[in-house]
Write a protein that binds this ligand. Structure first.
Ligand code: CU
Length: 180
């Protein structure tokens, strides 16, 4: 199997995760240490209601800002009409393999026709940099189609996204996109 590559955002997310985890652990230890002395219930109640009110205000604010900002970041306006005919790629999933025909295509639009030989599988398609580009269900008795634009030459990883049995983690295949 080909080496997986991880790009910048994933590394920064991992660093942020470690820092936030360390802060949480520190907070829990501090709270645990200070919780030994008795505090009257009325005092706890007043603090609790205060925290709850500000938590609600904070959540509503973050969600409102998040929804409004992300509405303008939707990618639909970048969509383009497909150019030229799609190259057909027949993909069949089985326990525990993928057959991919052809397994090398020219850069451009491709149409995955996906089915399964046995149980349900999930076909995930990853760019040479390891970013997920799309996914489609592989179901026995059905042909599901997915059109994707693959312009970047290189090796695309096809990987199963649905727990399909004991060998699920071994379900990988490579689709090559040739140089122009
Ligand atoms: Cu699987």
């Amino acid at each position: 199997m080909r080496e997986l590559t991880y790009s910048e955002p994933q590394i920064w997310i991992a660093i942020a995760f470690v820092i936030i985890s360390a802060l949480l652990v520190t907070a829990f230890v501090a709270i645990g240490r200070s919780s030994r002395r008795e505090v009257p219930f009325e005092q706890v109640k007043a603090i609790g209601y205060g925290v709850r009110t500000w938590w609600l205000v904070g959540l509503v604010t973050v969600l409102t800002v998040g929804v409004v900002v992300s509405l303008f970041m939707l990618p639909y306006s970048n969509a383009q009409e497909p150019v030229g005919a799609a190259q057909e790629i027949a993909v069949k999933g089985g326990q525990y393999y993928w057959t991919v025909a052809p397994n090398e295509v020219a850069p451009g639009r491709v149409r995955f026709s996906v089915t399964s030989a046995d149980v349900n599988h999930g076909l995930g398609i990853y760019s040479p940099k390891g970013h997920m580009l799309g996914s489609v269900q592989a179901m026995p008795g059905y042909e599901n189609e997915l059109d994707i634009q693959l312009d970047e030459p290189g090796e695309y990883l096809l990987s199963c996204l649905e727990m399909c049995g004991a060998g699920h983690h071994k379900m990988h295949a490579i689709l090559k996109v040739a140089e122009r």
